[in-house]
Design a protein around this ligand. Structure first.
Ligand code: RP5
Length: 164
């Protein structure tokens, strides 16, 4: 199976990316994860993107906060699908990172998930890989069913409480 290539702008983003890695692991999807910054280590970020396809990566997740240019910088150097994950920083409730990540110019797309949306970044990456992987698609179906069952269990508990 192709790997997911994960990159974050700083290790301060790691708590969000832990959710991404946990979700990928639960779906048995291989990944590699790095701290490379569009601003502080632009050469390493560029090389990671340029070499991703030949290194067995099928989809990229790029997470950053503040002036979050990392996803765009990665997307500029690969035609693999790139998922942008804006991380909430100290100001503006993450709106700075959201707009920096999502507002890409025509020609260089970044599929942006919610601010701090670490789980959805992983699931979207999984769904992209599952286009060509029936077994992974089945695992995603099973996860959807189990997530739905968990919600219905909560509803049943609520109904029981309300109807006491
Ligand atoms: C961004 O700047 C990083 O992605 C991080 O979200 C933010 C702050 O980085 P640190 O100052 O915590 O290293 O590039």
């Amino acid at each position: 199976m192709k790997k997911v290539g994960i990159v974050m702008g700083s290790d301060s983003d790691l708590p969000i990316l832990r959710k991404t890695m946990d979700t990928l692991a639960s779906l048995e999807i291989p990944f590699e994860c790095h701290v490379y910054s569009a601003h502080r280590t632009p050469e390493e970020a560029r090389d990671f993107a340029l070499n991703a396809r030949k290194n067995g990566i099928g989809v990229m997740i790029a997470a950053a906060g503040m002036a979050a240019h990392l996803a765009g910088a990665i997307a500029a150097n690969t035609t693999l699908p790139v998922i942008g994950l804006p991380c909430k920083g100290p100001c503006f409730d993450g709106m700075d990172a959201l707009l920096s990540t999502v507002m890409m110019p025509s020609g260089i797309p970044v599929a942006t998930v919610a601010v701090n949306g670490g789980v959805n970044a992983a699931l979207l990456a999984a769904q992209i890989l599952a286009v060509a992987d029936e077994e992974l698609a089945a695992r995603l179906d099973a996860k959807r069913a189990s997530d739905a069952a968990a919600v219905l269990k909560k509803d049943a508990a609520l109904q029981e409480e309300l109807n006491k």
